[in-house]
Design a protein around this ligand. Structure first.
Ligand SMILES: Nc1ncnc2c1ncn2[C@@H]1O[C@H](COP(=O)(O)OP(=O)(O)OP(=O)(O)O)[C@@H](O)[C@H]1O
Length: 556
């Protein structure tokens, strides 16, 4: 009985939270707190400084945002004057933007009683001054941006600040913000409550702790670095480098990878190469890499989250997006090279992560794969492995051995017989021929051009120089790789016999779904459990019998 009491999750409504926060949580459909939220929120409400280490995707943002909002709402009841009460710092603009949006979601029932602004945007300091003069309750920014505002006198925290948060704390120093954080200390009051949130507790986080926290509670959750196999299924396919293109095309075209998908590659060039390749088969994708301006990246992730795109091809190189930090960031660039794009970004409802190129280290694998199976969602990770990458796979296997303490590997092999898809290989070769160096260069230029046209900074320049704008608009690229009708459809004879049934079912399901959508207005909604079962069943990566794939021996 006592044990039952101990293991019972403390629910949100048992934490003494304001009704408006509970309403916002209900709107987000969060049924119960995640482990880190369950542990951190009550301690934070007691006023403790907290340092946490919790796995990626476990809801660390809400673990600090909920108590921060609760404390601000409570202080409002005392009719104190409007002032900045909380400072939230993260190492990149995207993460600032994301934190501010999460805070907004959690305050959307507070009818602007809690105001939060994100000052990390690429605009002049002066243009944000009026916003800061309004004394928002929460200010979000990178350490260098906050320091710049403090130095400019746009922000004053000495008398009013009550809470300081550093999210993704392990990246703060390695992104070159050490001096800024140290300089910032002079502008903070003597007493404040602080939270350090991190996916790892390394020496940098410990140094930050010494700098910012007073006698903190350390919440180091003893949990595997990635979710259990029941939530996250991890597969690998052993293949030659040149097979990767035909494989990804086949898996996508035959519907073996379905739902929102992030395909990771190891270079920006490869992003464009793969995009141009897939487009010829009528598979639309969008690209995410650190070359794109931060606004475009934020916009893209937003559109992906809204469901406008379903496949992102991402090259995870570090996002060196703050010019003032560039030199410092470059010095430590190597350390976080791999995690730049994947770190901390909350791509929502991602069904699959595909490592087209295997990541160069364990951390990077964890951060890439951590983009799926977030919160309480399920997901699948599939890694293409060539012979040279086997050692890296073993390193990841070793690092994730805590998921399967019984000694079994966390990876399941994805038995795919390459010879079954020979017909696809010819088509892939045909498509690959069009992906020349010139075409890739044109595609990159096209993207930069689109960015220039969309740039708000250059708007006034183009107003004064309309001819330049015209030239840019009409300067069409010479080598556009077109979608090819004959490649778009897959004739039946190309499909391996074992997959034909799968394809028929796919077609039937599509027709069934259409008729369901039509009739749903008068039909009773299916039970949630049934929906979950259907979704799992419909996920071919999980439900398909790969082992029988053209294997005559097994048929016996
Ligand atoms: N209690 C909850 N129930 C269900 N989903 C939740 C809950 N809390 C947060 N989430 C969702 O989980 C996802 C991950 O949350 P969040 O980005 O805060 O994780 P994180 O631990 O900060 O990850 P990372 O270390 O990668 O930044 C988000 O989509 C969020 O909406």
């Amino acid at each position: 009985m006592a044990d039952e009491e101990d293991t019972k999750t403390v629910q949100f409504h048992e934490m003494g939270l304001d009704d408006r926060i509970l309403k916002a949580i209900a709107k987000l459909c969060w049924l119960q707190p995640t482990l880190i939220q369950e542990k951190a929120i009550p301690l934070a409400l007691e006023g403790k400084d907290i340092m946490t280490r919790a796995r990626t995707g476990t809801g660390k943002t809400a673990a600090y945002a909920i108590p921060v909002i609760q404390k601000i709402l409570s202080s409002k009841q005392l009719a104190t004057e409007q002032c900045v009460k909380a400072l939230v710092m993260t190492p990149t603009k995207e993460l600032c933007n994301q934190a501010a949006r999460n805070i907004l979601e959690l305050t959307n029932s507070c009818s602007r009683e809690v105001r939060c602004i994100d000052v990390s945007g690429q605009v002049a300091l002066d243009s944000q001054r009026p916003l800061l003069m309004e004394q928002p309750d929460i200010v979000v920014g990178t350490p260098s941006r906050i320091l710049a505002h403090l130095k400019a006198g746009n922000l004053s925290l000495k008398k009013t600040l009550e809470m300081v948060v550093i999210d993704e704390a392990d990246l703060v120093f390695s992104f070159g913000y050490e001096d800024d954080v140290k300089a910032l200390m002079d502008y903070l009051p003597k007493i404040y409550q602080a939270f350090l949130m991190s996916a790892t507790l390394d020496d940098d986080v410990k140094a930050l702790k010494r700098l910012l926290l007073h006698n903190p509670v350390i919440l180091k959750l003893e949990e595997p670095q990635l979710p259990e196999t029941s939530q996250l299924a991890q597969y690998h396919i052993k293949c030659q480098d040149e097979d990767k293109y035909v494989l990804i095309y086949t898996l996508l075209k035959l519907g073996l990878i379905r739902g929102k998908t992030i395909i990771f590659v190891n270079s920006v060039d490869k992003c464009y190469r793969l995009k141009l390749f897939l487009e010829q088969f009528g598979i639309p994708t969008c690209i995410l890499n650190s070359e794109l301006p931060v606004n475009s990246r934020v916009h893209l992730v937003d559109q992906f989250n809204k469901g406008l795109y379903s496949i992102i091809i991402a090259a995870d190189e570090v996002a060196l997006d703050d010019p003032t930090q560039l030199k410092k960031q470059k010095q430590k660039y190597k350390k976080d090279k791999e995690s730049g794009i994947s770190r901390g970004i909350d791509f929502q409802h991602v069904s699959n992560v595909v490592n087209f190129d295997f990541p160069t280290d364990v951390d990077s694998y964890i951060h890439r794969v951590g983009r799926t199976a977030r919160g309480t969602n399920h997901g699948t990770a599939l890694s293409f492995i060539n012979i040279d990458e086997m050692k890296k796979l073993e390193e990841v296997e070793e690092a994730l051995s805590d998921i399967h303490p019984d000694g079994n590997s966390v990876f399941k092999p994805y038995n795919f017989k390459m010879k079954e898809i020979e017909g696809f290989r010819y088509r892939a070769k045909d498509a690959m021929r069009a992906v020349t160096k010139v075409a890739v260069r044109e595609a990159r230029l096209k993207e930069i051009k689109a960015e220039i046209l969309n740039s708000t900074k250059l708007k006034s320049y183009f107003e004064d120089n309309p001819r330049d704008l015209e030239v840019l608009r009409h300067d069409r690229s010479l080598h556009v790789v077109q979608e090819k009708q004959h490649l778009k459809n897959v004739p039946d004879y190309l499909i391996p016999p074992t997959l034909r049934q799968n394809r028929r079912e796919l077609g039937r399901k599509k027709r069934y779904n259409k008729s369901q959508t039509r009739s749903q207005s008068w039909n009773k909604a299916p039970a949630k459990g049934h929906l979950r079962y259907m979704k799992r069943k419909a996920d071919p990566l999980k439900s398909f019998e790969f082992k029988g794939f053209g294997n005559k021996k097994r048929k016996k």
